[in-house]
Design a protein around this ligand. Structure first.
Ligand code: V4E
Length: 231
């Protein structure tokens, strides 16, 4: 978990009906449309998400988004337009991170199978076992149709803009810049703000897909996250 992972700095925005026209006007290029199902997992008492860790499986690939810097301290972040998360994609590292988080929470890990029992299982049920062992349950599941654009703003690496439509009836745009860990976060945020300005976006805060999903379908979980200043 100590290796340098890219940090995703992003700003969500409201998509109006002309957003695709505006993107083309500023020179953004559409790199395609895709569809994916996300499943998010947590312990029953929301150990992970209350600490702003987001474990998801997207089309068979695991990912853990971890709060990346002091900029994401819950109370500061509540005011900020941009968020930044470190993304861990490797399953062994994901498990290690999660074990680290729940180690401090007594009673969370019990009955861990020994390695000989684990070796008898096929890879599908091993995955199931891993989730069961750590008592991880799916708390959100939705499918997104995403249209992706890239913009060359003259800086190193491109700015990416995703237009997302979730299957529960919610649309949101996202401007994103990847920064290597320890890289220049301020410059990433400036590039994002510059892109937002070019697109004529108002500075209003918008809720992400998860925010709306939880508010609608998991009000108890949502209330706890709001209380902990995570959402
Ligand atoms: C980090 C996070 C969540 C996980 C989902 O992250 P998000 O970037 O919204 O999802 P998506 O589908 O766009 O993933 P991508 O393809 O970009 O990897 S759910 C809530 N959070 C925290 C969070 C927050 N507190 N505030 C804002 C504005 N966004 C996310």
């Amino acid at each position: 978990a100590s290796c340098k992972m890219p940090v995703e700095v992003e700003r969500k925005f409201v998509c109006d009906s002309d957003i695709q026209g505006k993107l083309k006007k500023i020179g953004a290029v559409c790199i395609g449309q895709c569809q994916f199902k996300d499943q998010y997992f947590d312990l029953e008492d929301f150990t992970l998400t209350l600490r702003d860790f987001w474990l998801r499986k997207r089309e068979g690939h695991w990912e853990l988004k971890c709060p990346a810097s002091s900029l994401t301290e819950p109370e500061q972040r509540a005011e900020a337009m941009c968020t930044n998360y470190r993304e861990v994609m490797d399953l062994a590292h994901i498990k290690a991170e999660i074990m680290g988080i729940i180690e401090n929470c007594p009673g969370a890990v019990e009955d861990i199978l020994d390695s000989s029992q684990m070796n008898q299982l096929n890879s599908d049920s091993k995955e199931e076992m891993w989730l069961k062992e750590l008592k991880l349950q799916c708390f959100a599941e939705y499918t997104t149709t995403r249209c992706s654009y890239v913009l060359d703003d003259g800086e190193e690496g491109r700015v990416r803009v995703d237009l997302d439509q979730a299957d529960f009836g919610y649309c949101v745009g996202e401007i994103e810049v990847l920064v290597s860990e320890g890289g220049n976060m301020q410059s990433a945020m400036q590039r994002i703000e510059m892109t937002a300005e070019k697109l004529g976006l108002a500075g209003e805060k918008i809720q992400g897909k998860m925010h709306v999903f939880l508010q609608r379908y998991r009000p108890d979980h949502y209330a706890q996250l709001v209380c902990a200043h995570v959402l």
